[in-house]
Design a protein around this ligand. Structure first.
Ligand SMILES: Nc1ncnc2c1ncn2[C@@H]1O[C@H](COP(=O)(O)OP(=O)(O)OP(=O)(O)O)[C@@H](O)[C@H]1O
Length: 229
């Protein structure tokens, strides 16, 4: 694998269900994600986008084919190995999944606590820096209920970024946002790619993002039908 490629799938197939209900969801998926790039995965509902994201994100066991993440083959990897790799990734979902009873800062600190053994003061410092990065230094002590939709999603981005992940996997992160907030989130991911070499794989139906992507992959019925840029 090219050393500038952070994650790569080769001949990746995936099935759901058993017996008569067994159905192939992915067919022969080849994807290479270069370090620092922003790749968008598009396609109709049910085309397999989330399945690809969860396989590359070490959230699901690889059944057939190869996925290499940061030099580690995921096919045949143990649950412990997958967990360890997952800790080096950042995840952002459509709904921000913040804990409503915790402040923005406390929510981001929880993102550090996936790494066992990080001292509290270090976790706090990293969380403050991450909130600063997303432009929310002045909202650290707010509860989610007192933040706008865009601000909540930026807290979720700060939480995903707090461990300085190798790669960010985002599933529809801008779907619930107005144009300006969506732009902020995508700009931030682009900037991290340029400044820190963070690689992003982003699943979206949001056409507003496309012109900012380095590459756009389109899935249909479990197959990549086009690669643009
Ligand atoms: N846990 C599951 N059990 C059975 N089938 C599943 C499961 N998850 C996904 N599928 C099927 O696999 C196919 C791909 O699903 P997937 O969620 O990856 O698509 P998607 O492109 O992300 O869709 P959406 O845009 O609606 O989120 C679909 O046919 C779906 O019904």
């Amino acid at each position: 694998m090219d050393k500038d490629v952070i994650a790569e799938s080769r001949g990746l197939n995936h099935w759901f269900g058993t017996g008569d209900a067994r159905k192939q969801a992915l067919f022969d998926i080849d994807i290479a994600l270069p370090r620092g790039s922003l790749t968008v995965l598009m396609g109709p509902s049910g085309s397999g986008k989330t399945t690809v994201l969860t396989l590359l994100g070490c959230l699901r066991a690889v059944q057939d084919g190869s996925v290499v993440m940061a030099g580690h083959e995921l096919n045949g990897a143990s649950e412990a190995e997958l967990t360890k790799l997952r800790q080096r990734l950042g995840f952002i979902f459509q709904s921000h999944n913040l804990h409503e009873s915790l402040t923005a800062l406390q929510n981001v600190i929880m993102g550090v606590q996936v790494h066992p053994g990080v001292p509290d003061d270090l976790a706090r410092r990293a969380a403050v820096q991450s909130l600063d990065l997303v432009g929310l230094s002045d909202r650290m002590d707010y509860l989610p209920a007192n933040l706008s939709g865009g601000q909540k999603q930026r807290v979720a981005v700060a939480r995903a970024l707090v461990g300085n992940p190798l790669m960010v996997l985002a599933d529809e992160p801008t779907a619930a946002l107005d144009k300006d907030s969506a732009d902020d989130v995508v700009d931030l991911l682009k900037r991290l790619g340029a400044e820190r070499g963070t690689t992003t794989l982003l699943v979206t139906h949001d056409n507003r993002i496309l012109d900012r992507a380095d590459r756009i992959l389109t899935l249909e019925d479990g197959r990549i039908v086009s690669t643009q840029k």
